[in-house]
Ligand binder design. Structure first.
Ligand code: SF4
Ligand code: SF4
Ligand code: SF4
Ligand code: FES
Length: 615
């Protein structure tokens, strides 16, 4: 079907698609998100296509390449409907057997089933796996059911129904619903989206813009990328509803150039949305017109800041400006501009479809709905997690994340990306929502969550993030440009054993200056990692300064590797040492030449007998 001319036509088109889906055949959904592609998902999907044909199942079984299922650490993931059997770490060579036994006969192949690293239990169905069981995947849940290159998959599941409803409600009622739902911006500060929309709508102008901020720059974060790759129409639909509400006819998605798959799928999705009449002139025959362009960013972290992002779209250097006048009043090309991030836009169709009362029944009073986190670091189940707001850090890290690998001890979690704070074990039971995290000295940010174990040095962590931020500072403010550089130097002095108690005092004083004197959030929050680590892990700083010792065994200037009597002489470390500085015969205790050792830590990681110690 070509262009859909009215909400009624959309309804009957959807019914036809949904019927086809329900009568249909089995589905093999192969995750082809960026994470699984890195594990060879494209070859797995190609092997399924070939094997289904070869075994005469091409007509009965639909092969569906999808976006990220969240559990990237176990990729390539293959989810088989309707049974919901989930196979993990599938390789192309496994496919023939999976098709002949599981797809054709329904037999479960134990070797591909998820095995819990903590309990050893096996789980066949996706919803039984603890990683999924404790989540509420309002947004990510559709990724496994949609081929993002086929708009019909999205429409069949109710897609663009919220747009149709919004167009019948009128902009005032839509605005009222978004305000009542108290949707808070998922990009960082958690500002209420409805209030932003209202100011933009009321700002006098002949032209308004809406923007989707997909400039996700936090190290380790890939929430927005995965939503765009896996379900781009949810974002597009949210933007169209937003544009209708604020009175805009032109929108932009500002996405990093480093996200080629997201750009590719978004481009296809926009074309298909235009063909079907969801974008362009006279949308669904209502007279409302709106279209979206893609603008690719060059990868500067600061361009995630709204004013820098807008100047970048205008073709200038992406540099923040003072917000005496907010961008909702004078933003892109001086016109009122409503900017929300990918996840915020993806929430909007849900709010309109199911209503504010339903939405506020999830999460907490002050932070309704869910939040997607990129759960990474020293945790068993790394990947994308969507949890209702208010879930505790412990539930996210241990129930969903499966705890710390190899029986290690939890030490800290960093929330909020490079500008967030590091929270210690005593904070594990705090509810995760916008306000509580700020009260505790961290922040939600866009949802980065980095878990650290007892082998993580908190001085090193602060050094890493300051190194990142000094590089990403745009340089406009002296406090941020010089302050982050100097803070990095001071923390490096401590990590290298050159620090004194005065160094710590200087860091604290300078951090206050950087926070107070910087223009945008990059500068004002850049001090969070060093401040929070000093607040919660001061002893570790003092050990570096007073005892010239790194308790976690990380800071190279302060440590020495040694092999203890527990050594069995298995020779593994000797073979793996990149410098060839370990000597010893089979079944004899080995020895490290400390003068030549580069302290890479490989010997410690590979030793199964815990015989390598760091002093
Ligand atoms: S705070 Fe830093 S990133 Fe922000 S405008 Fe100033 S120099 Fe640029
Ligand atoms: S790997 Fe461990 S046990 Fe084996 S030789 Fe090295 S130190 Fe000894
Ligand atoms: S720390 Fe690295 S360089 Fe040093 S002995 Fe171990 S493996 Fe070799
Ligand atoms: S990319 Fe496949 S699970 Fe994330």
């Amino acid at each position: 079907m070509g262009k859909i001319g009215s909400p009624k036509e959309l309804q009957s088109y959807r019914e036809g698609l949904a019927k086809k889906r329900s009568d249909s055949k089995k589905v093999v959904a192969v995750c082809c998100g960026t994470g699984c592609n890195a594990s060879g998902a494209r070859k797995v999907a190609a092997a399924f296509a070939e094997e289904l044909e070869k075994q005469g199942l091409g007509e009965q079984v639909e092969l569906r390449p999808t976006g990220c299922h969240g559990f990237c650490e176990r990729g390539t993931l293959v989810l088989m409907h309707p049974e919901e059997t989930l196979y993990q770490r599938v390789k192309p060579e496994d496919v023939a057997e999976i098709v002949s036994k599981t797809v054709a006969k329904g037999e479960v192949l134990e070797k591909h089933v998820y095995d819990d690293p903590v309990t050893g239990e096996k789980h066949v169905k996706e919803h039984e796996i603890p990683f999924y069981k404790h989540q509420n995947r309002l947004i990510l849940g559709k990724n496994g059911a949609i081929d993002p290159t086929k708009i019909d998959d999205y429409v069949a599941l109710g897609g663009y129904g919220a747009l149709s409803k919004a167009l019948s409600m009128g902009p005032e009622r839509v605005l009222d619903e978004v305000k009542r739902a108290n949707v808070r911006g998922r990009g960082g500060g958690g500002f209420p989206a409805g209030r932003k929309w209202e100011t933009c709508r009321n700002a006098p102008a002949d032209k308004r813009y809406v923007i989707c901020n997909a400039d996700e720059g936090d190290p380790g974060a890939f929430m927005d990328r995965s939503v765009l790759e896996g379900n781009p129409h949810a974002v597009i639909e949210g933007m169209i509803i937003g544009a209708y509400t604020v009175g805009s006819d032109e929108g932009y998605v500002y996405v990093r150039h480093e996200y080629p798959l997201a750009v590719e799928r978004l481009t296809i999705a926009l074309e298909q949305a235009r063909e079907k009449g969801f974008l362009g002139k006279d949308i669904l025959g209502t007279g409302f017109s709106f279209d979206i362009k893609i603008n690719r960013g060059g990868g500067a972290f600061v361009c995630g800041e709204s004013t820098a992002l807008m100047t970048s779209i205008e073709g200038k250097v992406g540099e923040p400006r003072a917000k005496h006048i907010h961008t909702v009043v004078a933003g892109l090309w001086g016109k009122p501009t409503n900017l929300n991030n990918v996840e915020t836009w993806a929430n909007i169709p849900l709010v309109i479809e199911k209503g504010a009362d339903w939405y506020t029944s999830i999460g907490t009073k002050g932070s309704p709905g869910t939040k997607i986190f990129s759960l990474v670091g020293k945790v068993n189940n790394t990947g994308l997690v969507e949890a209702p707001m208010g879930m505790t850090l412990r539930q996210i890290i241990f129930d969903i994340g499966g705890g710390i690998p190899k029986g290690g001890a939890f030490k800290a979690v960093q929330t909020g990306g490079p500008s967030g704070g590091c929270l210690p074990a005593e904070k594990l039971d705090i509810p995760v929502d916008f306000d509580t995290l700020v009260e505790q000295g961290s922040m939600m940010g866009s949802g980065g969550m980095i878990v650290m174990d007892d082998r993580t040095c908190m001085v090193d962590v602060a050094k890493y993030f300051l190194g990142f931020l000094k590089f990403e500072s745009c340089g406009k403010c002296t406090t941020c440009r010089e302050g982050t550089r100097r803070l990095h130097e001071l923390v490096t002095e401590i990590a290298e054993g050159r620090g004194t108690p005065e160094t710590i005092a200087l860091i604290e004083e300078l951090a206050e200056t950087v926070k107070e004197g910087s223009l945008c959030a990059l500068g004002t929050t850049a001090v969070n990692p060093v401040r929070s680590t000093l607040q919660f892990f001061r002893d570790e700083y003092l050990a570096h300064v007073n005892e010239k010792r790194c308790p976690a065994g990380v800071c190279k200037a302060l440590i020495t590797y040694e092999i203890t009597d527990a050594c069995t002489g298995c020779m593994v470390c000797k073979k793996r040492c990149p410098e060839g500085v370990i000597s010893g015969d089979k079944k004899q205790k080995h020895v490290i030449d400390a003068k030549k050792c580069i302290k890479c830590g490989i010997c410690r990681d590979v030793c199964k007998f815990d015989a390598v110690r760091v002093y």
